[in-house]
Write a protein that binds this ligand. Structure first.
Ligand code: ADP
Length: 159
């Protein structure tokens, strides 16, 4: 049984995230999607809300589970006995940061390997930040986020 972990903020989960999650779920026996805490970020959705939206958006994937953690990823992986981390890579923007994180994580936990997957072309430009910006201005974001997110984000941004 090969288990992988897919960590991120998911504030909120987009079709870009879901694309990566679906690809990882088809490659690994089990996938843990971990909503992580990042002190540098200000979140629109609470951890409980982000976990609930991810759980509903991945309900069609039986080998995917969702959790929240405030631990260091390297530490969480050690505790869970998981050695593979899956991250999504968009065109150019993600490389520098992802490369740095992969090497730092392996330094902190030498067993850890980071696997990079790429989403479909049409999801390459998507990010949670862009979705929130467009949504806050009343733009149509139905093509960018899974259905469970759509209603919730409208409530958050437009009330
Ligand atoms: P983080 O704060 O850890 O970057 P995010 O929720 O922004 O968390 O992203 C989680 C992972 O999903 C990252 O690996 C990111 O590169 C990837 N990702 C986000 N959006 C997309 C997308 N549109 N296509 C491919 N990967 C994506």
């Amino acid at each position: 049984m090969k288990t992988a972990i897919c960590p991120g903020s998911f504030d909120p989960v987009t079709h870009g995230h879901l694309d990566i999650i679906e690809r990882a779920a088809s490659v690994f026996d089990k996938l843990i999607v971990a909503v992580m805490f990042n002190a540098r970020k200000q979140y629109l959705f609470s951890p409980t809300e982000r976990v609930a939206l991810l759980t509903r958006s991945t309900a069609h994937l039986p080998n995917v589970s969702v959790m929240y953690s405030e631990k260091l990823l390297a530490e969480l992986c050690r505790e869970l006995g998981v050695v593979v981390t899956v991250r999504g890579l968009r065109a150019v923007t993600d490389f520098e940061h992802e490369f740095q994180m992969a090497l730092i994580n392996r330094n902190l936990n030498p067993e850890m390997e980071t696997v990079f997957l790429t989403a479909k072309e049409r999801h390459q430009y998507l990010s949670s930040s862009v979705v929130k910006e467009v949504g806050a201005l009343g733009g149509d974001i139905s093509a960018f986020v899974p259905a469970p997110v759509l209603a919730e984000i409208k409530n958050k941004l437009l009330t």
